[in-house]
Write a protein that binds this ligand. Structure first.
Ligand code: 6GU
Length: 240
């Protein structure tokens, strides 16, 4: 369960502060922010460049294509954030994969400091020296960490108490039970020649639950053999 007393706060370090809040300024997350349930601050990394040109990157030692964000500039930006108990996360395709489990842990804490890389990324010494947690949102490459930061923030904010009206929807959803979620239906009862499955209209709560569980299991088995294998292991340990 998520429980923090003061509001959840996120600081994003980026070369493109104007990209924020972006999608998290709308809908549930946006409303929660204007209600004061969480706060967002951006820091413009370029403001920490040492020269008049605002240089933040340089060519990689060892050669090769692309540019690397300079350790001195990135670190000066990081050091401008007062030390607190929030994890410092560097978003990069080389990071450990973002999971719902990690999202839950973050949402349970006091917030996050998120560093968005551009170009080929940041000088590795900053990651080492500052103990940054390197996190990726999936096995594909984005032009920068900013869209990933919005993904991470969205996933956390929706778990904060009071953000989603009916907290039951959080327990049913994909990944919460190690399964993908069952399919949903609403009116009209017949659409495009397709009927809503009869069991969902039967009023039998136990049968509905059983049908949904079977659907969730089948979907997970077909689409996500990795989750399915883990789920089997979990059920065995629990003696099911
Ligand atoms: Cl966090 N950053 C970038 N640039 N690409 C990614 C990513 C992050 N996660 C997946 N691909």
């Amino acid at each position: 369960m998520t429980s923090q007393t003061s509001r959840w706060s996120v600081t994003v370090l980026t070369l493109f502060p104007e990209m924020f809040p972006g999608s998290v300024g709308h809908s549930l997350a946006g409303k929660a922010r204007s209600d004061g349930l969480w706060s967002l601050e951006t820091i413009d990394i370029r403001a920490f460049a040492h020269d008049v040109h605002g240089t933040v990157d340089d060519t990689p030692f060892g050669g090769g294509p692309g540019m690397v964000m300079r350790a001195d500039v990135v670190d000066a930006a990081l050091q401008s954030v007062p030390d607190d108990d929030r994890p410092r996360i560097y978003l990069s395709p080389r990071g450990k994969l973002l999971t719902q489990q990690y999202v839950r842990e973050l949402a349970d804490g006091s917030g996050a400091v998120i560093l968005c890389g551009r170009y080929e990324g940041i000088d590795h010494r900053v990651t080492l020296a500052r103990g940054l947690e390197e996190v990726s949102i999936g096995d594909y490459v984005l032009s920068g960490g900013e869209p990933a930061a919005e993904v991470l923030i969205d996933a956390c904010v929706r778990l904060l108490p009071g953000v989603i009206g009916d907290a039951r929807s959080l327990q049913e959803e994909s990944f919460e039970r190690g399964l993908l979620e069952y399919p949903h239906y609403t009116r009209p009862q017949t659409w495009g020649g397709l009927d809503v499955p009869a069991v969902l209209r039967s009023g039998h709560h136990a049968r509905v639950a059983e049908w949904r569980r079977a659907q969730a299991e089948e979907l997970t088995r077909l689409r996500r053999p990795d989750l399915w294998a883990r789920y089997g292991g979990t059920r065995k340990r629990e003696g099911l």
